[in-house]
Design a protein around this ligand. Structure first.
Ligand SMILES: NC(=O)c1ccc[n+]([C@@H]2O[C@H](COP(=O)([O-])OP(=O)(O)OC[C@H]3O[C@@H](n4cnc5c(N)ncnc54)[C@H](OP(=O)(O)O)[C@@H]3O)[C@@H](O)[C@H]2O)c1
Length: 251
């Protein structure tokens, strides 16, 4: 049977994979959670919205006659990754994750590693600072206990509700970003701290490089645990898995 892929998307890497799949004439659908108003246009058919947990995903895989699943979600989208592993185990459909390595600090970086968002909030429990809070919109409310800071927010869509801290500036923009522009942005807003998820990849790294150049400290939120699954790191490796299969973890 000709492959019919489900790509769990929402990342630059997923978009790059869809371009390669479309160029190769591979049939597939890319899925978005629906977190942003205007997802980046894809060269494959797309669907938007949650599946309804593992049961819903199993039903989707069966009704759409999906033959392979590629989990190309963001490293912080752990729930979706667990659901994909469970649903593929239940249906016997092969699964691979297209992942990117976490960032590592280099000379000149001043990082405080924290385990999760709650620990990032706790790390900001101090005198007023000027914080670039680069974590997307989903967890902004968690930072309400620290209203003493100025927060620079960069969001894909304008916020539907005002952020829960009085002193802030919202920038509506979509990556990839570059280090020179982020350096200028941080200077303009006199940023003294950056809060970032350890997303890895290139598109969101500009603020980390800019922070290094300005000697601004970074609160780096570690990745959540994700399930053990087959992982590859490039669209070409996904194609190889699709056509030849692979047996070792960590390809
Ligand atoms: N978390 C981040 O920092 C981040 C950053 C950039 C992009 N993204 C992208 O944004 C999406 C949501 O991230 P999240 O952290 O909220 O995910 P999550 O916590 O792992 O997922 C929560 C629920 O959202 C739905 N969902 C997530 N990804 C989906 C997808 N690609 N297609 C269809 N449904 C999806 C699923 O709902 P059901 O249980 O109903 O199926 C899932 O159980 C992901 O696709 C991710 O790639 C996330």
């Amino acid at each position: 049977m000709a492959p019919n892929l489900l790509v769990l998307g929402g990342t630059t890497e997923a978009t790059a994979l869809c371009c390669v799949l479309a160029a190769q004439g591979v049939r597939g659908t890319v899925s978005f959670a629906g977190r942003v108003a205007r997802p980046v246009r894809q060269p494959l058919p797309q669907r938007v919205g949650g599946f309804g947990g593992v049961d819903g995903l199993v039903a989707f895989l069966r009704s759409e006659k999906i033959t392979h699943v590629v989990d190309a979600t963001h490293p912080f989208a752990a729930q979706m990754s667990f659901n994909a592993v469970d649903a593929c185990a239940r249906t016997g459909i092969p699964l691979v994750a297209l992942t990117r390595a976490p960032w590592c600090s280099v000379v000149g970086d001043t990082w405080t590693h924290v385990r999760d968002i709650a620990c990032a909030v706790a790390a900001l429990d101090g005198p007023p600072e000027r914080v670039m809070l680069a974590i997307g919109r989903m967890h902004l409310a968690d930072f309400a206990p620290n209203p003493q800071h100025f927060y620079l927010l960069r969001l894909v869509d304008p916020p539907q509700e005002p952020p829960p801290f009085p002193d802030h500036h919202v920038l509506v923009d979509r990556g990839p970003f570059d280090s020179d522009s982020d350096l200028a942005l941080m200077q303009e807003h006199r940023i003294s701290w950056v809060v970032s998820k350890n997303s890895g990849g290139t598109g969101a790294y500009a603020k980390i490089a800019a922070a290094r150049r300005l000697a601004v400290p970074v609160i780096m939120i570690d990745r959540p645990p994700v399930p053990r699954r087959l992982e590859v790191h490039s669209p070409e490796a996904v194609l190889h898995w699709l056509h030849h299969g692979v047996t070792d973890l960590g390809v």
